[in-house]
Design a protein around this ligand. Structure first.
Ligand code: SAM
Length: 276
């Protein structure tokens, strides 16, 4: 059975390592400092759905290295608060915000987003959460908190990269879940939970293709840079991550595990749902 493997500590504490930068460029093309199935083109597409302006205040949940948040801030002028449970991720994001002169608009805080969020109700115009909700226990409470901290009429966008859409072996599930806490969802469950939390679901699109593509490119790029990676990863971590990426590539390409993006609105003050 698959042992647990560290992805995030190694990645976030070595973000500027040349080999890791090279792996990201070969994997994603445009390097945002991401550690997910997200490409820059996909993020541009997601952002266009949120109608962000320089007046918007966005919460990014599971913001990782902070690179995607900085990209969104540059693209839209919006103010972003990024939260992540990983201290190395917060340190990397804070450093990048400072280096790019965006520390006034983009800030990062170490927060466990499975717990009540440290923000007053109605703070944010939008919430973004890319490939991170799967790691948070208690999805009904997580979504209820998003609903609370959003302004009326605000939008939440998140990807769920572990929707079970086919047959999976015990080994495949264990390997897919080897990099931390994981929730696997049945199809339709995210939509049901969003509605239960008071959201109106506006979009549920299949974006599995990016996971299949990124996983296989990431695995191949890491193999090309194996020697340099083994200076920051031990053998077990290197092999464990290669197994993880191989399984993600296979189960995604075969659509047995799917990735969906959801956009959901907190109803505005005048709407029927807001009155319930
Ligand atoms: C797949 S990475 C995605 C990071 C970033 N969104 C990106 O696209 O590069 C998942 C992130 O979720 C964070 N995470 C895991 N559990 C969390 C929790 N309970 N609260 C906040 N962040 C969490 C991890 O530290 C990691 O940075």
């Amino acid at each position: 059975m698959a042992d647990s493997v560290d992805l995030y500590n190694t990645t976030y504490s070595n973000l500027e390592l040349t080999a890791l930068e090279q792996v990201r460029v070969e994997t994603y093309g445009e390097d945002l400092g991401q550690s997910s199935w997200l490409t820059a083109d996909e993020l541009r597409r997601f952002i266009a759905w949120l109608d962000l302006t320089p007046d918007s205040h966005v919460l990014e949940v599971g913001s990782g290295s902070g690179g995607p948040a900085l990209f969104v801030a540059k693209l839209t002028g919006a103010r972003i608060t990024g939260i992540d449970i990983n201290e190395h991720a917060i340190a990397a994001g804070t450093r990048m915000a400072h280096d790019s002169g965006l520390e006034g608009r983009v800030q990062f805080q170490q927060v466990d987003a499975s717990l009540p969020l440290p923000f007053p109700g109605g703070t944010f115009d939008a919430i973004i959460c890319v490939d991170a909700i799967i790691h948070m226990p208690g999805r009904p409470n997580v979504l209820a908190e998003w609903h609370r901290v959003l302004k009326d009429g605000g939008l939440a966008l998140f990807t769920d990269s572990t929707v079970v859409t086919g047959l999976l072996t015990k080994e495949e599930i264990a390997t897919r879940g080897s990099i931390g806490y994981f929730l696997f969802a049945a199809p339709g469950e995210d939509e049901r939970l969003l509605q239960e939390a008071g959201f109106e679901v506006e979009r549920a699109d299949d974006v599995t293709e990016n996971a299949a593509l990124v996983a296989s490119r990431w695995c191949e790029a890491r193999a090309r840079h194996r020697e340099a990676l083994l200076r920051v990863e031990d053998d077990g971590t290197y092999e464990g991550l290669q197994r993880f990426l191989t399984i993600v590539g296979t189960v995604s390409a075969e659509r047995r595990l799917s990735r969906f993006v959801f956009v959901a609105r907190k109803p505005g003050a005048g709407s029927e749902l807001a009155r319930q």
